[in-house]
Design a protein around this ligand. Structure first.
Ligand code: NAD
Length: 331
């Protein structure tokens, strides 16, 4: 296999983990970040302690200070920034991206205000030619576990078959299985929704409920994910695959998940706003965006709406969850 040139834009948790995987697969990775101190540490100490402590970076990862230099000649451009940054970053790189390149978003959320899925945001900024060449990664992928090379699997939602096979060839190895699907909509909706429901599962942890309650709530969450996703154009198989149930389980149960941790703080009365200010927690914005999106379509999602009231209407989480169980789950 001949090595490819890959650009990773954003050297946070996921960007650095993906760079590590791709470089260890024999490709040359140019990693760009706005955080110059992160790039300096990558260059001088072959590490990224802010985002991926304890991982010795592969020599095939080259930190670059100039975004244009990262993108130039890359077979694959990975966008690994918070969802609200995908639009502005795509606008910035739009003059640099060439038709032959594939763009893969790994952020999980919707654009605030427009409620667009992130491949739609990429298409809007990069042009119609990228309607089929821009996609998203979904599935259970906690960055630190990925960087450690434990067996795991992700799913790539990309409309163009050749492009998704290219991404699969670049990412897949003996530890990481890469599935592909043309259901970009379903992958992106599941990626958005699972963060919301992972917060609800975290509330269970914070309230000290046991595994019975959590499994009950996860089952209800999956049913809501299915209803919302199908109503908005996703496919059933995607919900019951890696992007849906797979990612819901890992995000709702992992100690590394920031969405679950924020929910735990909601449940236990911890300072969740402080945690939100200092961490990328996509579920909060996703909850608002999905609530607005489904309201406009006349859909109801009682668990998601309950969480919305806790996050945005100061409703205490213990009372809200008890009310949800009483009113909506025994109907
Ligand atoms: N961490 C994970 O395990 C994981 C797994 C799968 C998907 N994701 C998704 O990937 C996305 C990024 O998550 P993360 O965990 O890597 O976040 P992170 O906070 O660790 O990293 C975010 C990166 O975005 C960069 N960034 C922030 N604002 C920017 C701006 N205005 N312009 C340019 N760059 C900017 C930061 O410098 C950093 O490199 C999220 O949507 C998340 O849901 C994360």
């Amino acid at each position: 296999m001949s090595p490819d040139q890959i650009a990773v834009l954003g050297a946070g948790n996921m960007g650095t983990a993906l760079a590590q995987v791709i470089a260890s697969n024999g490709h040359h990775v140019r990693a760009w970040s706005i955080e110059t101190d992160v790039l300096e540490e990558m260059r001088d100490h072959r590490g990224n302690t802010r985002y991926l402590a304890g991982v010795a970076l592969h020599p095939g990862i080259e930190p670059v200070w100039d975004c244009a230099a990262a993108v130039a000649g890359a077979a694959l451009v990975i966008v690994s920034v918070p969802s609200q940054v995908v639009g502005p970053l795509a606008r910035d790189i739009s003059p640099l991206i060439k038709r032959g390149q594939v763009v893969l978003n790994v952020a999980k959320g919707l654009e605030a205000g427009t409620h667009l899925r992130l491949s739609q945001v990429l298409e809007r900024e990069l042009g119609k030619a990228f309607g089929k060449r821009a996609g998203s990664m979904g599935g259970p992928a906690i960055a630190i576990e990925m960087a450690r090379g434990v067996p795991m699997a992700v799913i790539i939602g990309l409309a163009d078959r050749d492009c998704s096979l290219r991404v699969q060839r670049i990412l897949q190895n003996e530890h990481l299985k890469v599935e592909t699907t043309a259901d970009v909509c379903g992958v992106e909706l599941c990626a958005t929704l699972k963060n919301v429901y992972a917060m609800a599962l975290g509330v269970c942890d914070g309230l000290g409920y046991g595994t019975n309650t959590k499994a009950f709530l996860a089952t209800l969450a999956l049913a809501e994910m299915r209803e919302i996703s199908l109503a908005l154009g996703g496919e059933r198989d995607t919900v019951y695959g890696l992007a849906g149930v797979g990612d819901l389980l890992t995000t709702g149960y992992s100690e590394h998940s920031r969405n679950r941790t924020l929910g735990e703080k909601l449940g236990s009365g911890g300072d969740w706003r402080h945690f939100l200010r200092n961490n990328t927690v996509e579920g909060v914005g996703a909850c608002r965006a999905v609530k607005e999106l489904i309201a406009g379509k006349g859909l109801r999602a009682h668990l998601l709406e309950t969480l919305y009231e806790v996050l945005f209407a100061e409703r205490p989480a213990p009372e809200a969850l008890r009310h949800f169980f009483r009113e909506f789950s025994y109907g």
